[in-house]
Design a protein around this ligand. Structure first.
Ligand SMILES: Nc1nc2c(ncn2[C@@H]2O[C@H](COP(=O)(O)OP(=O)(O)OP(=O)(O)O)[C@@H](O)[C@H]2O)c(=O)[nH]1
Ligand SMILES: [Mg+2]
Length: 316
């Protein structure tokens, strides 16, 4: 274990943004390891996930938050609330924007910006910052997919709102622009002891992390409404004397028809989900993993306080 420097700074940085902006990708990249799951689908992250990075003498606790969108279900509302709670508790807020998606809105003369989803998403967050009297740093993400000229126009748009301190132009997946962001965050952290040991990068309990990995593989494998109708819980965790671990998980779905889809013909779909999750978990925990998945229909899992409390989510 490396030693903690003598004069240290430490604080919280909340990464907020619309669904799919790349928040979890950014947190993983800054931490240098996967602490939060990522998919190309919206609403992948459901609760605040912490990742820890160190820059010089500063320990920065990054809080990956669920995407902020117009909530419909009770679960959605709890997710969006978790994101704003994360923002309110942070020393620095980074609003991450899918820059190419937003630039397309500004460039499309046939569509009124007000009618587009990307515009509404950004507007909702600016409104929220104003309502909560918060200021944020702006990070325009996915610049690998956008010419420089459009970036300046975008930056000006956000500057004019008066909600932002600094602007960064980054690619979370490629890693570009992150050095300036890291330095700036480190400089903004208050003086104080580190919250975590120097070698700790995450604080999600292993059972939860394991459930998240399986949910990621499920989201990548099933489509349309199903990813949003499913939840994963680790039920059993048995350490074996030979170093292996036996993990038993249940995938909750809301209807019998969904159970059949997750099962697949001859159990093919759940087998593939299990194989992908098991492989990643073995690497993550650096040990042999035996993973047992089963599916349960529980219509109301998304309104079950005890289930959501496992993830730190609270219903109104
Ligand atoms: N081209 C490109 N794609 C990116 C970049 N950053 C993230 N992505 C992709 O954007 C998609 C969404 O990434 P996530 O990290 O899951 O986004 P998120 O903001 O955490 O999404 P939610 O958890 O649903 O709110 C994934 O397909 C990523 O690979 C980037 O810098 N460039
Ligand atoms: Mg996410």
């Amino acid at each position: 274990m490396s030693e903690t420097p003598v004069k240290t700074t430490c604080g919280f940085v909340a990464i907020i943004g619309a669904p799919n902006a790349g928040k979890s990708t950014l947190v993983n990249k800054l931490v240098g390891a996967k602490v939060s799951i990522v998919t190309h689908k919206v609403q992948t992250t459901r609760f605040n996930v912490r990742g820890v990075m160190i820059e010089d003498d500063s320990q920065i606790v990054l809080v990956d938050t669920p995407g902020i969108f117009a909530p419909k279900r009770a679960l959605d509302r709890a997710m969006v609330q978790a994101a704003w709670n994360g923002a309110a508790e942070a020393d620095v807020i980074v609003h991450l924007v899918d820059a190419p998606a937003f630039a397309r809105v500004l460039a499309d003369k046939d569509v009124k910006p007000q009618d587009s989803l990307a515009f509404k998403d950004v507007g909702r967050i600016i409104e929220g910052l104003k309502k909560h009297e918060l200021r944020a740093d702006l990070a325009l993400n996915k610049i690998d997919q956008l010419p420089k000229e459009s970036l300046l126009e975008l930056a000006k748009y956000f500057e004019d709102t008066g909600c932002y301190n600094k602007t960064f132009m980054i690619s979370a997946s490629k890693g570009s622009g992150l050095k300036a962001l890291r330095k700036s965050l480190a400089q903004a952290m208050p003086e104080g002891p580190w919250h975590y040991p120097a070698d700790q990068i995450a604080d999600l309990p292993s059972r939860l992390l394991a459930a998240e990995v399986t949910r990621e593989k499920l989201m990548l494998r099933v489509h349309e409404e199903l990813p949003y109708a499913a939840s994963v819980e680790t039920e059993t965790w048995e350490e074996h004397r030979n170093g292996a671990v036996r993990i038993g998980q249940v995938i909750y779905v809301q209807r019998e028809s969904q159970r059949k889809i997750v099962l697949g013909k001859g159990g093919q779909v759940i087998k593939a989900i299990g194989a992908a999750a098991r492989q990643e978990l073995s690497q993550m925990f650096d040990r042999k993993v035996h993973l047992f998945l089963h599916i349960k229909v529980r219509e109301n899992w998304s309104q079950d306080r005890a289930h959501l409390a496992l993830f730190g989510l609270e219903l109104e």
